[in-house]
Design a binder for this molecule. Sequence first.
Ligand SMILES: Nc1ncnc2c1ncn2[C@@H]1O[C@H](COP(=O)(O)OP(=O)(O)OP(=O)(O)O)[C@@H](O)[C@H]1O
Ligand SMILES: [Mg+2]
Length: 328
Amino acid sequence: MRLTGTPSWLSARRDTSSSRGVQRGGPRPLPQVWAFGGGKGGIGKTFLAANLGATVALAGRRVVLADLDLGGGNLHTCLGVRTGSRVNLLDYLDHRVEELEKVAIETAIPGMRLILGALSHPGAAETTRGQRIEMMRQIRALQADVVILDLSAGTGRQTLDFFLAASVRFMVTTPEPTAIENMYQFLRAAYYRRLAHALSGSPVREVLRAAMDQRNERGIRTPGDLLSEVEKIDSQEAARFKRVISEMRPRLIVNQVRDSDEVKLGFSLRGVCRKHLGVDLDYVGYVNFDDSVWRSVKDRQLLVQAFPQSDGAMYIRRIVKKLLEEGR
Ligand SMILES: Nc1ncnc2c1ncn2[C@@H]1O[C@H](COP(=O)(O)OP(=O)(O)OP(=O)(O)O)[C@@H](O)[C@H]1O
Ligand SMILES: [Mg+2]
């Protein structure tokens, strides 16, 4: 189905030479990897991954959506893709297919492919860190301009590693206190995991390990406290620490907003994360609570296709426009 009322910047141009950064004769540029995390379940990570991905594809970029919710993948349902016996991530994890590129199947959206989740074995699809590193290497080698990773809820290592390995990291929350709390926990866990990897073998590693326990005896309660401790031990490591954190630059999307106060919530969350984590959140936008969303999910359709004129679809296009303009 064609989008009606498509704004000019979104008119699809399936011309790969004009896709972001594609140059004739030069080395193939790496795709951008966008990950959707956020801690709480049911807040719209999958809905946003699917609809932002489709919007990017409709703007003429090659997109691969990857369902990395290894315990409960349902990205295909948002797209109306029937799984049947089709190749999925489990085939890759079990070495029946060696290349992730070959697991990406076509979808009804031109230019958008899908890597189906490990569906036949939910729960059994645990990966080792080595597997995740190899998977990310292959993700970055996919024939795409943008690869979108739909992640599971929670702060498991698997989820955090995929989140941290992405080049654009989206944190999703709704305005509910429970979702905000889980988002904050997710960000804190990601922050410490990123530091643990970056500082492995460093003299300050012990302080970091102590800090991960919120009730540690050294009195380190916030990442700000941790940074002060690190500065006392090793100023060079403290500089590295600050650089690692500034590179994290998570993006925030507030989903299911119902009024202007909830729109402003994104700005207050920025302030809180800056103060308590020293992390700069980039508030990229919000999507309103819209009945068309659940109707589209119920009908196994993308919102941006089924209800292109809905407010929700409009807010999604606004976010994508901002992101694509930034990437120019
Ligand atoms: N903006 C919205 N307006 C109305 N309903 C929404 C909106 N966003 C999401 N929903 C509803 O929330 C449901 C859950 O969304 P989704 O499956 O994307 O959450 P999730 O964060 O991926 O959850 P999980 O962590 O369990 O995978 C959707 O099926 C939809 O009905
Ligand atoms: Mg999901």
